[in-house]
Design a protein around this ligand. Structure first.
Ligand code: TMP
Length: 244
């Protein structure tokens, strides 16, 4: 299938049309940004690694009954996906306190949460992707109340599948960000990517707070060995079959 024009270019991916209007092609770039693109860089091989990791995880989720946009991986950096209208929401799920949760609440880094925390952020770079309260979510009408409930329950279900999978990889799934879209039939599909760019992943074999980090926090906080961390995630993820 040949790629045509650019539909959208984001910070880490480019979305192309194909000759089928229901199918798009996502090209994963090596570019990396952090803190709303105030920090910019490149992670060698990231595009291929994130494309491979995401493809594997989307297939895993499909086997567990989660509807995703994933259709195929025609090239190392390319993912074929169903065309969806992305909801302007970032759904964040947290199992362990880290990142902005610690900064904004004072909960110490590494605190295991009594139950998974689901948060909704407004996907809007010019506003800095603000955290939404339930009332603001209703006010903005970014999704119907039914869709919001579906997003919450799907995120919790995804968390169960991914937590178990990463456990088998010797990795703790600390938190992650999801994006969803609606297909032509208004069906909600998991979209975007699931990768070390969008998850916090800690190596269970290492208790050192900076050594254990196997995700984009290595880039965000200049911890070094970014490529090697992504490669470890890739190798461990691909070693586990998608069928349980
Ligand atoms: P946070 O602690 O910075 O709010 O991040 C929560 C999770 O969301 C973490 O796994 C990283 C991911 N994330 C993204 O994928 N994109 C973003 O722009 C941000 C801020 C976080």
């Amino acid at each position: 299938m040949t790629a045509h024009s650019i539909v959208y270019e984001g910070k880490a991916k480019i979305l192309y049309t194909t000759d089928d209007p229901n199918v798009l092609l996502t090209y994963f770039k090596d570019d990396a940004t952090a803190f709303n693109a105030q920090k910019r860089g490149s992670i060698a091989g990231k595009g291929e690694m994130n494309c491979a990791i995401s493809s594997h995880l989307f297939q895993l989720l499909e086997t567990q009954g989660i509807a995703t946009h994933w259709l195929g991986r025609p090239a190392p950096n390319e993912m074929q996906v169903q065309a969806v209208k992305i909801l302007p929401l970032e759904v964040v799920l947290r199992n362990i306190a880290a990142g902005s949760l610690c900064q904004q609440t004072g909960i110490p880094l590494g605190t295991v949460l009594k139950e998974p925390l689901v948060e909704f952020y407004y996907k809007n770079d010019s506003l800095g992707d603000p955290l939404l309260t339930p009332d603001r979510l209703r006010l903005l009408e970014l999704a119907t109340p039914e869709q919001v409930e579906q997003l919450r329950s799907t995120a919790l279900q995804i968390n169960q599948v991914l937590t178990g999978f990463f456990q088998k990889c010797g990795i703790t799934l600390v938190d992650f960000k999801l994006e969803f879209g609606l297909d032509a039939n208004q069906r909600l599909l998991l979209a975007d990517e699931i990768s070390p760019d969008t998850c916090r992943l800690w190596n269970q074999a290492d208790s050192d707070p900076s050594q254990r980090v196997l995700d984009k926090d290595r880039f965000r906080h200049d911890l070094g060995n970014v490529e090697a961390a992504y490669r470890q995630v890739l190798d461990r993820v691909l070693a586990q079959p998608v069928q349980p």
